[in-house]
Ligand binder design. Structure first.
Ligand SMILES: NC(=O)c1ccc[n+]([C@@H]2O[C@H](COP(=O)([O-])OP(=O)(O)OC[C@H]3O[C@@H](n4cnc5c(N)ncnc54)[C@H](O)[C@@H]3O)[C@@H](O)[C@H]2O)c1
Length: 264
């Protein structure tokens, strides 16, 4: 008997890893996944926010199975240990959501000639190399356990169009899009799908804590967005759950824009 859309959409990986799981889009997605019965392994740089995230999830979903790991995704042996420990404690992974990333006013709203080597290296090492570290270990683990699965990575519309005065962030996010498209071709035959999400702007601490909302930058983005507002993180989480679910089984190597029509 074939399943209907709702049944397919509720077919989710039993164990899902989530980077950036302590905040914003990663946390919203982890909360949804836990409510839908997935065990979630959250990794984030911020140990205090991770504790708060775990208690939020436990309050909402008392039966949730959660593991939290304080981790810098730039630390590749640390990423490998996190994935191995997740499989030991929660079971084999067949879903991964990679949301950890950094944008801040200092390297995101600045002409290239004013961008220091340190700012460039920081944006690229976290957003691109750190994400690659995670995808590499996730593919390795799913391949080793012969698990079919779905790996979702948060890119940005800045991975599809140039963000003026944001060359380091833009270059890193274009790199993520390339990573997704390339690795999807390697892993498709293993039944491991790789997809990307390209948000416009989303009302998370990345935006609200970094003074973007005070300046012209935010006003211009709101004015240019046909829906006239930023997304809530839960709206991005809904797309993430769909891409992890059995309702998206023929999506691979695709990048899904969610921007209220900003770059339409
Ligand atoms: N908010 C937006 O408007 C927007 C738009 C497009 C793309 N994105 C992307 O969405 C993703 C999630 O961002 P968000 O908006 O939820 O922001 P956020 O700041 O709320 O969450 C990002 C999380 O990543 C974690 N993190 C940062 N560096 C890390 C590292 N080296 N190792 C491990 N964890 C690290 C942070 O501690 C934080 O908890 C990012 O990749 C971001 O680039 C966000």
């Amino acid at each position: 008997m074939s399943l209907n859309f709702i049944q397919k959409a509720s077919t989710l990986p039993k164990v899902v890893t989530v980077t950036g799981g302590a905040s914003g889009i990663g946390l919203a997605t982890a909360r949804s996944l836990a409510k839908l019965g997935c065990a979630v392994s959250l990794a984030d740089l911020d140990a205090n926010k991770l504790d708060a995230a775990a208690s939020t999830i436990k309050t909402e979903t008392p039966e949730a199975r959660i593991l939290t790991t304080a981790l810098d995704i730039r630390d590749r042996p640390g990423v490998a240990r996190w994935i191995a420990n997740t499989e030991n404690q929660l079971g084999k992974i067949s879903g991964s959501f990679n949301a950890a990333g950094v944008a801040n006013a200092s390297h995101t709203i600045k002409p290239l000639i004013e961008t220091s080597d340190e700012e460039w290296d920081f944006a690229v090492s976290v957003n691109l190399t750190g994400t690659m570290n995670c995808v590499k270990e996730q593919v390795r683990a799913m391949k080793a356990s012969r698990s079919e699965g779905s790996i979702v990575v948060v890119a940005s519309i800045a991975g599809l169009i140039g963000l003026q005065n944001g060359s380091a962030y833009t270059a890193a996010k274009f790199g993520i899009v390339g990573l997704i498209r390339s690795v999807a071709k390697e892993t498709g035959r293993l039944g491991i799908r790789l997809t990307g999400i390209a948000p416009g702007f989303v009302m998370t601490p990345m935006i609200t804590d970094h003074k973007f909302e005070d300046g012209d930058f935010m006003n211009q983005i709101v004015a240019a967005t046909p829906l006239g507002r930023g997304a809530q993180p839960e709206e991005v989480a809904d797309l993430a759950v769909f891409l992890l679910s059995g309702a998206s089984t023929y999506l691979n190597g695709s990048i899904h824009t969610i921007d209220g029509g900003l770059i339409a």
